[in-house]
Design a protein around this ligand. Structure first.
Ligand code: PEP
Length: 254
């Protein structure tokens, strides 16, 4: 299971240092933790997390390798600052910056060229869910946001219903299960007809210490993308602990 902390535009550098230390003090293997830090924090966090099993990631990258793109950051720059993962197509980027799935796919190609793993975010709005379009919207985003070139093992998907992000409202277990199953059955297909196995599908949207265990127990849920609760070391540790218990239980059942 993979648990990714999306710090967004938080916290202060001082608090980030304390938070990273607190997370690093916990051992949650075999769970993989990814810390998606603001770009300006990547170097200080990579120094602080030297020797740690916590992976570092950026929250976005530009689709070009380099050039006249004031204020933007390339995949190579993220990698040079210690990131090995990049989050792409988060709904806050799709909504606040007008990013379309085609652009997300271009960014993913750049990240892959530079050897980074990508987490591609998908999710429907409340209006789309109420109109009965949730699955179609998410599958359309998946098809358009994930380039065929993406090598096996470098892709993660995050299903995040837009209306569940930062609202305290979580999708029902039945809705999460149905969407993750739909994504999982779509993933092996690409235009080249290749099989892309073992793509973890994370759920995101108001995951907390109380609801994590039931979400992680669902088939085709490969972990979580955690926003608000990732700024609280205790809550984040408990979420990782739920993922760990689920992994150990699945191992035992096998
Ligand atoms: C997110 O920003 O990706 C997210 C899931 O946020 P939250 O956990 O706060 O809903």
């Amino acid at each position: 299971m993979i648990i990714a902390a999306n710090w967004k535009m938080n916290p202060s550098l001082k608090d980030a240092g304390g938070l990273a230390n607190a997370l690093n003090a916990k051992i949650v293997q075999p769970v993989t933790r990814i810390l998606l830090a603001p770009h300006t924090y990547l170097i200080p966090m990579s120094i602080r997390l030297q020797g740690s099993d916590i992976r570092l990631g950026g929250q976005d990258c530009h689709q070009a390798a380099d050039g006249a793109h004031t204020g933007d950051v390339s995949a190579a720059m993220l990698r040079d600052c210690g990131a090995s993962v990049v989050l792409l197509g988060h709904s806050e980027r799709r909504i606040n910056h007008g990013e379309k799935s085609r652009l997300v796919a271009e960014k993913a190609k750049q990240a892959i060229v530079h050897g980074m793993d990508v987490i591609v975010c998908l999710g429907e709005t409340l209006g789309e869910r109420h109109a009965g379009q949730a699955e179609q919207v998410v599958i359309d985003q998946l098809r358009a946001s994930v380039p065929d070139e993406i090598p096996r093992g470098q892709l993660m998907i995050a299903y995040e219903p837009v209306w569940a992000i930062g609202t305290g409202e979580v999708a029902s277990l039945a809705d999460i299960a149905a969407m993750h199953d739909a994504i999982a059955s779509e993933l092996p297909k690409n235009q080249r007809g290749d099989i892309i196995p073992n793509v973890p599908i994370l759920y995101g949207g108001s995951v907390n210490a109380e609801n994590a265990a039931s979400i992680f127990s669902l088939d085709n849920v490969g972990g979580g993308l955690i926003g608000g609760a990732s700024l609280d070391a205790e809550a984040f540790d408990l979420i990782c602990e739920s993922a760990r218990s689920q992994m150990l239980k699945s191992e035992f059942v096998k």
